[in-house]
Design a protein around this ligand. Structure first.
Ligand code: SF4
Ligand code: SF4
Length: 166
């Protein structure tokens, strides 16, 4: 079993009652999530792993010059499409050295961004934004974000194995 499958299985065991089924089965958002993800764009390398495994394909590389002094731009998700599955959080925390992703309560995100988060993805494509001033370290709300739910439940050996098979 590869590292991403281990992460998905552990997440499934740990799933909150209102979290989506899957996440491996999901292709599109069907309900309003409880939390949505934001990457700390200053911590994101970007290694390119999390966009590959987001079950709704809502993580993208930011447009050129979105973040100053970066050649290859970091990734960010289109939070209006995020289903709150935690896959990107776990991948970044367990398979990389960056731990760049946190999950934020949707009510907070709506208040901060002024965007209503619905039960479906928006009809129009809305490009991801850095939101550095809110969700990066030193930003206003990073301390309110939730990190990995399964890292502490794994032994050091399991975590090391994940990195070598990821
Ligand atoms: S896994 Fe982490 S470092 Fe890699 S692209 Fe995603 S957020 Fe960036
Ligand atoms: S939590 Fe991460 S992987 Fe899951 S839908 Fe949101 S952006 Fe994609």
């Amino acid at each position: 079993m590869d590292a991403v499958e281990v992460i998905k299985r552990r997440l499934k065991e740990d799933r909150m009652a209102d979290a989506p089924e899957g996440p491996e089965d999901i292709g599109e958002k069907t309900k309003r999530p409880r939390e949505v993800a934001f990457m700390d764009v200053n911590l994101c390398f970007p290694c390119g792993k999390c966009p590959e495994f987001c079950p709704v394909a809502c993580i993208e590389y930011l447009a050129p010059d979105s973040v100053d002094n970066r050649g290859l731009q970091p990734v960010q998700d289109r939070f209006q499409e995020c289903i709150g599955c935690y896959i990107c959080v776990e991948i970044c925390a367990l398979l990389t050295d960056y731990d760049a992703v946190r999950m934020y309560d949707v009510a907070l995100v709506e208040e901060v961004t002024g965007v209503k988060i619905g039960d479906k993805k928006p009809a129009e494509y809305i490009p991801a934004q850095p939101y550095e001033e809110y969700f990066a370290e030193g930003g206003l709300y990073r301390h309110l974000g939730h990190g990995s739910r399964i890292r502490e439940k794994m032994s050091a050996e399991e975590r090391a194995n994940l990195k070598t098979t990821g």
